[in-house]
Design a protein around this ligand. Structure first.
Ligand code: C6P
Length: 411
Protein backbone atom coordinates (compact mmCIF):
# COMPACT_ATOMS: atom_id res chain seq x y z
CA UNK A 1 0.00 0.00 0.00
CA UNK A 2 1.19 3.54 -0.65
CA UNK A 3 1.79 6.16 1.99
CA UNK A 4 -0.94 8.82 1.83
CA UNK A 5 1.30 11.27 3.71
CA UNK A 6 3.78 11.13 0.81
CA UNK A 7 0.95 11.38 -1.75
CA UNK A 8 -0.26 14.60 -0.12
CA UNK A 9 2.96 16.30 -1.22
CA UNK A 10 1.80 15.93 -4.84
CA UNK A 11 -1.40 17.92 -4.18
CA UNK A 12 -0.65 21.63 -3.71
CA UNK A 13 -4.14 22.47 -2.47
CA UNK A 14 -4.25 19.59 0.02
CA UNK A 15 -0.82 20.49 1.32
CA UNK A 16 -1.15 24.24 1.59
CA UNK A 17 -4.79 25.20 1.99
CA UNK A 18 -6.24 26.54 5.21
CA UNK A 19 -9.90 27.44 5.77
CA UNK A 20 -11.18 29.62 8.61
CA UNK A 21 -7.63 29.63 10.00
CA UNK A 22 -7.49 25.84 10.19
CA UNK A 23 -5.69 23.24 8.11
CA UNK A 24 -8.17 21.92 5.53
CA UNK A 25 -9.48 18.38 5.92
CA UNK A 26 -10.97 17.75 2.48
CA UNK A 27 -13.70 15.10 2.66
CA UNK A 28 -15.63 15.97 -0.51
CA UNK A 29 -13.84 14.01 -3.21
CA UNK A 30 -17.08 12.33 -4.33
CA UNK A 31 -18.14 15.80 -5.54
CA UNK A 32 -14.78 16.47 -7.17
CA UNK A 33 -11.25 15.32 -6.37
CA UNK A 34 -8.23 17.53 -5.88
CA UNK A 35 -5.57 17.51 -8.63
CA UNK A 36 -1.96 16.42 -8.38
CA UNK A 37 0.85 18.65 -9.64
CA UNK A 38 1.38 16.18 -12.54
CA UNK A 39 -2.09 16.98 -13.93
CA UNK A 40 -1.79 20.72 -13.44
CA UNK A 41 1.67 20.72 -15.09
CA UNK A 42 0.59 18.55 -18.05
CA UNK A 43 -2.23 20.99 -18.85
CA UNK A 44 0.03 24.02 -18.45
CA UNK A 45 2.61 22.37 -20.74
CA UNK A 46 -0.04 21.83 -23.42
CA UNK A 47 -0.99 25.53 -23.35
CA UNK A 48 2.61 26.73 -23.13
CA UNK A 49 4.20 24.40 -25.68
CA UNK A 50 1.78 22.84 -28.21
CA UNK A 51 -1.66 24.46 -27.97
CA UNK A 52 -3.49 23.84 -31.26
CA UNK A 53 -6.75 22.37 -32.48
CA UNK A 54 -6.83 18.64 -33.19
CA UNK A 55 -7.55 16.58 -36.33
CA UNK A 56 -7.54 19.70 -38.48
CA UNK A 57 -4.18 21.33 -39.00
CA UNK A 58 -1.23 20.13 -41.01
CA UNK A 59 1.27 22.19 -39.03
CA UNK A 60 3.58 20.78 -36.38
CA UNK A 61 1.63 22.06 -33.37
CA UNK A 62 -1.63 20.60 -34.67
CA UNK A 63 0.06 17.25 -35.15
CA UNK A 64 1.53 17.32 -31.64
CA UNK A 65 -1.82 18.26 -30.12
CA UNK A 66 -3.60 15.53 -32.10
CA UNK A 67 -1.03 12.97 -31.02
CA UNK A 68 -1.44 13.97 -27.36
CA UNK A 69 -5.24 13.91 -27.63
CA UNK A 70 -5.30 10.42 -29.16
CA UNK A 71 -2.66 9.18 -26.70
CA UNK A 72 -5.01 10.33 -23.93
CA UNK A 73 -7.85 8.34 -25.48
CA UNK A 74 -5.66 5.23 -25.66
CA UNK A 75 -4.55 5.63 -22.03
CA UNK A 76 -8.09 6.17 -20.73
CA UNK A 77 -9.35 3.17 -22.74
CA UNK A 78 -6.54 1.02 -21.29
CA UNK A 79 -7.42 2.21 -17.78
CA UNK A 80 -10.90 0.65 -18.04
CA UNK A 81 -10.07 -2.19 -20.44
CA UNK A 82 -12.00 -0.66 -23.34
CA UNK A 83 -11.38 -0.37 -27.07
CA UNK A 84 -10.13 3.19 -27.88
CA UNK A 85 -12.53 3.24 -30.87
CA UNK A 86 -15.36 2.93 -28.37
CA UNK A 87 -14.08 5.71 -26.09
CA UNK A 88 -15.94 8.96 -26.69
CA UNK A 89 -14.80 12.08 -24.88
CA UNK A 90 -17.79 13.98 -23.52
CA UNK A 91 -18.16 16.91 -21.14
CA UNK A 92 -18.81 14.68 -18.11
CA UNK A 93 -20.59 11.48 -17.04
CA UNK A 94 -23.92 13.28 -17.32
CA UNK A 95 -23.38 14.04 -21.01
CA UNK A 96 -22.24 10.45 -21.63
CA UNK A 97 -25.50 9.13 -20.12
CA UNK A 98 -27.54 11.63 -22.15
CA UNK A 99 -25.76 10.44 -25.29
CA UNK A 100 -26.92 6.87 -24.59
CA UNK A 101 -30.45 8.08 -23.78
CA UNK A 102 -30.83 10.11 -26.97
CA UNK A 103 -28.89 8.01 -29.45
CA UNK A 104 -29.72 4.55 -28.14
CA UNK A 105 -32.78 4.40 -25.84
CA UNK A 106 -34.85 6.93 -27.79
CA UNK A 107 -34.28 5.01 -31.04
CA UNK A 108 -34.05 1.39 -30.01
CA UNK A 109 -36.65 1.01 -27.26
CA UNK A 110 -40.38 1.35 -27.75
CA UNK A 111 -43.85 0.19 -26.73
CA UNK A 112 -43.74 -3.04 -24.72
CA UNK A 113 -40.07 -2.65 -23.75
CA UNK A 114 -38.88 -1.92 -20.23
CA UNK A 115 -36.03 0.45 -19.46
CA UNK A 116 -34.96 -0.62 -15.99
CA UNK A 117 -32.96 1.59 -13.70
CA UNK A 118 -32.89 1.88 -9.91
CA UNK A 119 -33.95 4.10 -7.07
CA UNK A 120 -30.27 4.33 -6.09
CA UNK A 121 -29.29 6.48 -9.07
CA UNK A 122 -27.85 9.95 -9.33
CA UNK A 123 -30.21 12.21 -11.30
CA UNK A 124 -27.78 11.86 -14.24
CA UNK A 125 -28.88 8.23 -14.54
CA UNK A 126 -32.59 9.01 -14.09
CA UNK A 127 -33.54 12.25 -15.78
CA UNK A 128 -32.16 11.44 -19.28
CA UNK A 129 -34.32 8.28 -19.40
CA UNK A 130 -37.35 10.26 -18.23
CA UNK A 131 -36.70 12.86 -20.95
CA UNK A 132 -36.75 10.36 -23.82
CA UNK A 133 -39.47 8.08 -22.41
CA UNK A 134 -42.55 9.94 -23.75
CA UNK A 135 -41.22 9.93 -27.32
CA UNK A 136 -39.91 6.35 -27.24
CA UNK A 137 -42.92 4.92 -25.40
CA UNK A 138 -41.03 2.34 -23.31
CA UNK A 139 -42.02 1.56 -19.75
CA UNK A 140 -39.61 3.09 -17.19
CA UNK A 141 -39.20 0.90 -14.10
CA UNK A 142 -37.04 1.32 -10.99
CA UNK A 143 -35.50 -1.34 -8.75
CA UNK A 144 -36.36 -0.27 -5.18
CA UNK A 145 -33.73 0.12 -2.47
CA UNK A 146 -33.83 -1.81 0.83
CA UNK A 147 -33.56 0.00 4.20
CA UNK A 148 -29.86 -0.93 4.41
CA UNK A 149 -29.15 0.80 1.09
CA UNK A 150 -28.98 -2.15 -1.29
CA UNK A 151 -30.91 -3.00 -4.44
CA UNK A 152 -33.99 -5.10 -3.75
CA UNK A 153 -32.98 -8.31 -5.51
CA UNK A 154 -36.46 -9.86 -5.35
CA UNK A 155 -38.02 -6.89 -7.11
CA UNK A 156 -35.15 -6.84 -9.64
CA UNK A 157 -35.65 -10.54 -10.45
CA UNK A 158 -39.39 -10.04 -10.85
CA UNK A 159 -39.03 -7.21 -13.36
CA UNK A 160 -36.20 -8.91 -15.24
CA UNK A 161 -38.26 -12.12 -15.33
CA UNK A 162 -40.78 -10.42 -17.63
CA UNK A 163 -38.18 -10.77 -20.41
CA UNK A 164 -39.07 -7.24 -21.49
CA UNK A 165 -36.05 -5.35 -20.13
CA UNK A 166 -34.20 -3.92 -23.14
CA UNK A 167 -31.90 -1.55 -21.27
CA UNK A 168 -30.65 -1.81 -17.71
CA UNK A 169 -28.96 1.30 -16.31
CA UNK A 170 -27.29 1.01 -12.92
CA UNK A 171 -24.71 2.77 -10.81
CA UNK A 172 -21.63 0.75 -9.92
CA UNK A 173 -21.20 2.70 -6.68
CA UNK A 174 -23.74 4.94 -4.96
CA UNK A 175 -22.63 8.51 -4.36
CA UNK A 176 -24.88 8.69 -1.27
CA UNK A 177 -24.89 5.35 0.57
CA UNK A 178 -21.64 4.06 -0.95
CA UNK A 179 -23.10 0.68 -1.94
CA UNK A 180 -21.11 -1.24 -4.55
CA UNK A 181 -23.58 -3.06 -6.77
CA UNK A 182 -22.80 -6.53 -8.19
CA UNK A 183 -23.03 -5.17 -11.72
CA UNK A 184 -21.73 -8.22 -13.62
CA UNK A 185 -24.12 -10.53 -11.78
CA UNK A 186 -27.09 -8.22 -12.43
CA UNK A 187 -26.07 -7.80 -16.07
CA UNK A 188 -25.89 -11.58 -16.43
CA UNK A 189 -29.42 -11.95 -15.06
CA UNK A 190 -30.75 -9.29 -17.45
CA UNK A 191 -29.04 -10.91 -20.45
CA UNK A 192 -30.27 -14.39 -19.50
CA UNK A 193 -33.87 -13.13 -19.59
CA UNK A 194 -33.47 -10.70 -22.51
CA UNK A 195 -30.49 -11.57 -24.74
CA UNK A 196 -30.85 -8.38 -26.78
CA UNK A 197 -30.74 -6.07 -23.71
CA UNK A 198 -27.89 -3.61 -23.18
CA UNK A 199 -26.34 -2.69 -19.85
CA UNK A 200 -25.40 0.91 -19.03
CA UNK A 201 -23.12 1.43 -16.04
CA UNK A 202 -22.72 4.73 -14.25
CA UNK A 203 -19.09 4.54 -13.18
CA UNK A 204 -18.81 8.16 -11.97
CA UNK A 205 -18.07 7.02 -8.41
CA UNK A 206 -16.48 3.63 -9.08
CA UNK A 207 -13.92 4.25 -11.82
CA UNK A 208 -11.93 6.69 -9.61
CA UNK A 209 -11.84 4.22 -6.72
CA UNK A 210 -11.99 0.60 -7.94
CA UNK A 211 -9.96 -1.37 -10.49
CA UNK A 212 -12.29 -1.31 -13.52
CA UNK A 213 -12.55 -3.59 -16.50
CA UNK A 214 -15.47 -2.92 -18.78
CA UNK A 215 -15.57 -6.55 -19.99
CA UNK A 216 -15.47 -7.99 -16.47
CA UNK A 217 -18.28 -5.59 -15.53
CA UNK A 218 -20.24 -6.91 -18.53
CA UNK A 219 -21.16 -3.32 -19.45
CA UNK A 220 -22.12 -2.27 -22.97
CA UNK A 221 -21.80 1.38 -21.99
CA UNK A 222 -19.68 2.74 -19.12
CA UNK A 223 -19.91 6.44 -18.23
CA UNK A 224 -17.57 8.43 -15.98
CA UNK A 225 -16.15 11.91 -15.30
CA UNK A 226 -12.52 13.04 -15.29
CA UNK A 227 -12.85 15.48 -12.42
CA UNK A 228 -13.63 12.85 -9.78
CA UNK A 229 -10.47 10.87 -10.63
CA UNK A 230 -7.74 13.54 -10.26
CA UNK A 231 -8.41 14.95 -13.75
CA UNK A 232 -9.82 18.32 -14.76
CA UNK A 233 -13.45 19.36 -15.03
CA UNK A 234 -14.92 19.56 -18.54
CA UNK A 235 -14.14 16.02 -19.67
CA UNK A 236 -16.01 12.75 -19.28
CA UNK A 237 -15.95 9.41 -21.02
CA UNK A 238 -18.41 7.06 -22.65
CA UNK A 239 -16.68 3.71 -23.08
CA UNK A 240 -18.85 1.52 -25.30
CA UNK A 241 -18.62 -1.45 -27.62
CA UNK A 242 -17.60 0.17 -30.95
CA UNK A 243 -20.15 -1.81 -32.95
CA UNK A 244 -22.94 -0.41 -30.77
CA UNK A 245 -21.71 3.13 -31.39
CA UNK A 246 -21.43 2.42 -35.11
CA UNK A 247 -25.10 1.48 -35.25
CA UNK A 248 -26.21 4.59 -33.35
CA UNK A 249 -27.08 7.97 -34.85
CA UNK A 250 -25.01 11.00 -33.78
CA UNK A 251 -26.01 12.87 -30.64
CA UNK A 252 -24.73 16.36 -31.52
CA UNK A 253 -24.05 17.74 -35.00
CA UNK A 254 -21.31 20.07 -36.23
CA UNK A 255 -17.68 20.04 -37.21
CA UNK A 256 -15.41 17.03 -36.73
CA UNK A 257 -18.24 14.46 -36.57
CA UNK A 258 -18.87 14.47 -40.34
CA UNK A 259 -17.43 12.60 -43.28
CA UNK A 260 -19.03 14.76 -45.98
CA UNK A 261 -21.56 17.57 -45.96
CA UNK A 262 -23.63 18.86 -48.87
CA UNK A 263 -26.69 21.05 -48.77
CA UNK A 264 -28.71 17.91 -49.33
CA UNK A 265 -27.33 15.94 -46.40
CA UNK A 266 -24.42 14.67 -44.35
CA UNK A 267 -22.48 11.47 -43.94
CA UNK A 268 -20.80 10.85 -40.65
CA UNK A 269 -17.26 10.27 -39.46
CA UNK A 270 -16.22 6.91 -38.05
CA UNK A 271 -16.50 6.19 -34.32
CA UNK A 272 -15.66 7.62 -31.87
CA UNK A 273 -15.41 10.93 -33.82
CA UNK A 274 -19.06 10.68 -34.94
CA UNK A 275 -19.92 11.51 -31.33
CA UNK A 276 -17.38 14.31 -30.81
CA UNK A 277 -18.93 17.34 -32.52
CA UNK A 278 -16.92 20.55 -32.39
CA UNK A 279 -13.55 21.24 -30.81
CA UNK A 280 -13.09 18.61 -28.10
CA UNK A 281 -11.70 19.16 -24.58
CA UNK A 282 -8.03 18.95 -25.61
CA UNK A 283 -6.21 20.32 -22.56
CA UNK A 284 -8.65 18.34 -20.44
CA UNK A 285 -7.81 15.10 -22.28
CA UNK A 286 -4.11 15.80 -21.69
CA UNK A 287 -4.87 16.37 -17.99
CA UNK A 288 -6.97 13.20 -17.77
CA UNK A 289 -4.12 11.24 -19.34
CA UNK A 290 -1.80 12.49 -16.58
CA UNK A 291 -4.46 11.56 -14.01
CA UNK A 292 -4.83 7.96 -15.20
CA UNK A 293 -1.04 7.65 -15.36
CA UNK A 294 -0.86 8.86 -11.75
CA UNK A 295 -3.53 6.39 -10.59
CA UNK A 296 -1.98 3.55 -12.60
CA UNK A 297 1.41 4.18 -11.00
CA UNK A 298 -0.19 3.91 -7.55
CA UNK A 299 -2.17 0.88 -8.72
CA UNK A 300 -5.95 0.76 -8.43
CA UNK A 301 -5.72 -2.28 -6.14
CA UNK A 302 -3.64 -0.17 -3.78
CA UNK A 303 -6.14 2.70 -4.05
CA UNK A 304 -8.92 0.34 -3.02
CA UNK A 305 -6.87 -1.12 -0.14
CA UNK A 306 -6.12 2.38 1.15
CA UNK A 307 -9.81 3.30 1.06
CA UNK A 308 -10.83 0.06 2.80
CA UNK A 309 -8.43 1.00 5.58
CA UNK A 310 -9.89 4.51 5.81
CA UNK A 311 -13.46 3.15 5.69
CA UNK A 312 -12.82 0.66 8.49
CA UNK A 313 -11.58 3.46 10.74
CA UNK A 314 -14.17 6.04 9.66
CA UNK A 315 -17.28 3.88 10.03
CA UNK A 316 -16.14 2.61 13.43
CA UNK A 317 -15.36 6.14 14.61
CA UNK A 318 -18.64 7.59 13.34
CA UNK A 319 -20.73 4.83 14.87
CA UNK A 320 -19.10 5.48 18.23
CA UNK A 321 -20.39 9.07 18.26
CA UNK A 322 -23.63 9.39 20.20
CA UNK A 323 -26.54 10.41 17.96
CA UNK A 324 -24.77 9.56 14.68
CA UNK A 325 -26.27 7.08 12.20
CA UNK A 326 -24.23 5.88 9.22
CA UNK A 327 -26.32 5.19 6.10
CA UNK A 328 -25.74 2.29 3.73
CA UNK A 329 -23.76 -0.93 4.20
CA UNK A 330 -21.46 -0.90 7.24
CA UNK A 331 -19.12 -3.60 5.93
CA UNK A 332 -16.26 -1.75 4.12
CA UNK A 333 -15.95 -4.51 1.49
CA UNK A 334 -19.55 -3.82 0.35
CA UNK A 335 -19.05 -0.14 -0.16
CA UNK A 336 -17.01 2.74 -1.47
CA UNK A 337 -15.55 5.69 0.33
CA UNK A 338 -18.56 8.02 0.24
CA UNK A 339 -20.08 7.86 3.73
CA UNK A 340 -23.40 9.59 4.43
CA UNK A 341 -24.50 10.03 7.99
CA UNK A 342 -27.16 11.74 10.11
CA UNK A 343 -26.86 13.44 13.49
CA UNK A 344 -30.08 13.11 15.50
CA UNK A 345 -32.01 16.36 15.61
CA UNK A 346 -29.67 18.35 13.34
CA UNK A 347 -30.12 19.44 9.72
CA UNK A 348 -27.34 18.41 7.30
CA UNK A 349 -26.91 21.98 6.02
CA UNK A 350 -26.32 23.21 9.58
CA UNK A 351 -23.94 20.32 10.19
CA UNK A 352 -21.98 21.06 6.99
CA UNK A 353 -21.72 24.75 7.85
CA UNK A 354 -20.37 24.22 11.35
CA UNK A 355 -18.02 21.44 10.23
CA UNK A 356 -16.62 23.82 7.61
CA UNK A 357 -15.83 26.31 10.36
CA UNK A 358 -13.82 23.53 11.98
CA UNK A 359 -11.86 23.13 8.72
CA UNK A 360 -13.62 19.95 7.60
CA UNK A 361 -15.17 20.08 4.10
CA UNK A 362 -18.11 17.68 3.72
CA UNK A 363 -21.12 17.81 1.43
CA UNK A 364 -24.65 18.32 2.72
CA UNK A 365 -27.85 17.97 0.71
CA UNK A 366 -29.64 15.53 -1.56
CA UNK A 367 -26.46 14.81 -3.57
CA UNK A 368 -28.51 14.91 -6.80
CA UNK A 369 -30.13 11.62 -5.79
CA UNK A 370 -33.46 12.74 -4.36
CA UNK A 371 -35.38 9.45 -4.83
CA UNK A 372 -32.63 7.58 -2.95
CA UNK A 373 -32.29 10.13 -0.16
CA UNK A 374 -36.07 9.99 0.37
CA UNK A 375 -35.75 6.26 1.15
CA UNK A 376 -33.52 7.26 4.09
CA UNK A 377 -36.51 9.12 5.53
CA UNK A 378 -34.92 12.50 5.00
CA UNK A 379 -34.53 15.26 2.43
CA UNK A 380 -30.77 15.43 2.88
CA UNK A 381 -27.68 13.79 4.37
CA UNK A 382 -24.21 14.89 5.40
CA UNK A 383 -21.53 13.06 3.42
CA UNK A 384 -17.83 12.57 4.10
CA UNK A 385 -15.99 11.13 1.11
CA UNK A 386 -12.38 9.95 1.05
CA UNK A 387 -9.64 9.54 -1.53
CA UNK A 388 -5.97 8.70 -1.89
CA UNK A 389 -4.71 11.83 -0.11
CA UNK A 390 -6.81 11.32 3.02
CA UNK A 391 -5.11 9.79 6.02
CA UNK A 392 -6.34 7.81 9.01
CA UNK A 393 -5.00 10.73 11.09
CA UNK A 394 -7.75 12.95 9.60
CA UNK A 395 -10.57 10.80 11.01
CA UNK A 396 -10.28 12.22 14.56
CA UNK A 397 -10.66 15.68 12.96
CA UNK A 398 -13.92 14.50 11.37
CA UNK A 399 -15.17 13.21 14.72
CA UNK A 400 -14.03 16.36 16.56
CA UNK A 401 -15.89 18.52 14.01
CA UNK A 402 -19.05 16.46 14.55
CA UNK A 403 -18.71 16.83 18.34
CA UNK A 404 -18.15 20.58 17.92
CA UNK A 405 -21.29 20.77 15.77
CA UNK A 406 -23.35 18.96 18.41
CA UNK A 407 -21.99 21.30 21.11
CA UNK A 408 -22.77 24.34 18.95
CA UNK A 409 -26.44 23.41 18.63
CA UNK A 410 -26.96 22.38 22.24
CA UNK A 411 -25.46 25.53 23.71
N1 C6P B 1 -21.98 13.31 -8.23
C1 C6P B 1 -21.66 14.20 -6.00
O1 C6P B 1 -21.29 15.08 -5.21
P1 C6P B 1 -20.98 14.81 -13.47
O2 C6P B 1 -21.67 15.93 -12.74
O3 C6P B 1 -21.56 14.58 -14.83
O4 C6P B 1 -19.51 14.90 -13.44
O5 C6P B 1 -21.29 13.48 -12.62
C2 C6P B 1 -22.63 13.08 -12.45
C3 C6P B 1 -22.72 11.90 -11.56
C4 C6P B 1 -23.22 10.73 -12.07
N2 C6P B 1 -23.32 9.62 -11.33
C5 C6P B 1 -22.92 9.59 -10.04
C6 C6P B 1 -23.03 8.32 -9.27
C7 C6P B 1 -22.41 10.76 -9.46
O6 C6P B 1 -22.02 10.72 -8.19
C8 C6P B 1 -22.32 11.94 -10.22
C9 C6P B 1 -21.83 13.22 -9.61
C10 C6P B 1 -21.45 14.44 -7.48
O7 C6P B 1 -22.15 13.15 -5.63
C11 C6P B 1 -22.00 15.75 -7.92
S1 C6P B 1 -23.75 15.86 -7.77
Amino acid sequence: MFDATTIRKDFPLILERQVHGKRLVYLDSAATSQKPRAVIDAMARYYEEYNANVHRGVHALAEEATEAFEAARAAVARFVGADPRGCVFTKNATEALNLVAYSYARRRLGEGDILLTTQMEHHANLVPWQLVQPEAGFELRYVPVTPDGRLDRTAFDEIVGTGRVKLFAVTHMSNVVGTINPVAELAGAVRAASPEAVVVVDGAQSVPHLPTDVLALDADFLCFSGHKMLGPTGIGVLAARPELLEAMPPFLGGGEMISNVTLEGTTFNEVPYKFEAGTPPIAEAVGLHAAVDYLSTLGMDAVRRHELDLLGHAIGALEAVEGVTVHGPHQPSDRGAAVSFAIAGLHPHDIGTIMDREGVAVRAGHHCAKPLVRTLGSAATTRASFYIYNTVEEIPALVDAIEATKRFFTR
